[in-house]
Design a protein around this ligand. Structure first.
Ligand SMILES: Cc1ncc(COP(=O)(O)O)c(C=O)c1O
Length: 328
């Protein structure tokens, strides 16, 4: 079977650990896609779309910017289709992720660690002005900051599959990255399903959109005041991502967003404010869930937290990627 035919239709498995209040927690195994994440769905369609639009000549050089798993899927699928793939990634991230991107066939271009994802728009504008033959796929937004409809529809298939895999999807939990894995499935699941998102305590980008000013009032610092967090691919302050704006504001699909912390967050917050992060916030680093990666552990921490507050429900989270994409 062709590798590309194996993308999507991912398994849904039930979490076998203890869950309170007769709730059931399910993991949608996006990490079982051939290149290891939900982004396989996106690039399968994005490459096809660019080809159909006549924007890609055979053997063209293609560029993508990423802090997360998108790079591996882009590199794997682009290389299979015969393109030369360049992946721009901020310095100082997980080496395991960089290696996986290289193994999938792409060349890496490092952007400055300090500006992190916020440095991408400037990098891309300069790079493309100098390298006019390179085609930029830009999965996180369409032209001029609009929705990338192809990417969102591709991730909508997760919601469609869930509806056929469970009698009722009562609660769907996704991480906030650029908003795509929230918006795509949520459009298919809302309003029957309650959509809950999470992000690191350090960023609180979506939190500030949903509950304006509350973070600063509760925690005494502005969102994004703490150093870079440990959940690569998720939440970064400072970019107006259209898929976040659509899911949280324009379409109001998200019912609730939860902040997650870890030991390092606690240390950083203590050093800055003299206070501890409230113990009521779920901690992802205390949850063990081999073979899944940190974001999935964080999703499970959130699911267990929600399970304390509801009864006899199906709670679904995305298993984004596996441990092998992280250094420790
Ligand atoms: C491990 C991981 N989890 C979650 C996400 C969030 O996905 P998205 O930005 O597509 O919503 C990403 C994004 O790359 C990721 O790499």
């Amino acid at each position: 079977m062709n590798i590309l035919d194996q993308i999507g239709d991912t398994p849904l498995i039930r979490f076998s650990g203890e869950v309170p209040n007769n709730n059931r927690i399910w993991l949608k195994l996006e990490c079982d896609n051939p290149f290891g994440s939900h982004y396989d769905r996106v690039y399968l369609r994005l490459f096809k779309h660019f080809e159909e639009q006549g924007l890609l000549r055979p053997g063209a050089t293609v560029l993508e910017t990423t802090s997360g798993s998108a790079g591996v899927s882009f590199a794997g699928i682009g290389t299979l289709l015969g393109y030369k793939c360049l992946v721009a990634i901020p310095e100082g991230g997980e080496k395991a992720r960089e290696e996986a991107i290289r193994r999938a066939g792409a060349e890496l271009i490092f952007t400055p660690a300090e500006s992190y994802v916020n440095g991408f728009p400037r990098f891309a504008a300069r790079f493309l002005a100098k390298n006019r033959e390179v085609v930029f796929l830009n999965h996180s937004m369409g032209p001029n900051g609009s929705e990338n409809g192809v990417a969102v529809e591709a991730l909508g298939t997760i919601g469609e599959e869930l509806r056929s895999q469970l009698d009722s999807v009562d609660c769907f939990i996704a991480a906030v990255g650029n908003g795509s894995s929230v918006l795509g499935p949520a459009r298919m699941l809302y309003p029957r399903t309650s959509i809950v998102t999470f992000e690191s305590f350090q960023s609180a980008t979506a939190y500030d959109l949903l509950y304006p000013g509350e973070y600063e009032r509760l925690y005494g610092i502005a969102p994004g005041s703490l150093p870079r967090h440990q959940l690569p691919g998720t939440s970064f302050p400072g970019i107006d991502f259209p898929h976040i704006r659509l899911a949280f504001k324009d379409e109001q699909l998200v019912e609730r967003t939860v902040l997650v912390s870890d030991e390092r967050t606690n240390d950083q917050y203590l050093a800055l404010t003299g206070n501890l992060v409230p113990a009521s916030l779920p901690r992802w680093d205390t949850v063990r869930l081999p073979p899944y990666g940190r974001t999935t552990r964080a999703g499970l921490a959130v699911a267990l937290h929600l399970a304390e507050q509801m009864e006899n429900k199906n709670i679904v989270l995305l298993a984004y990627d596996k441990e092998d994409r992280y250094d420790t």
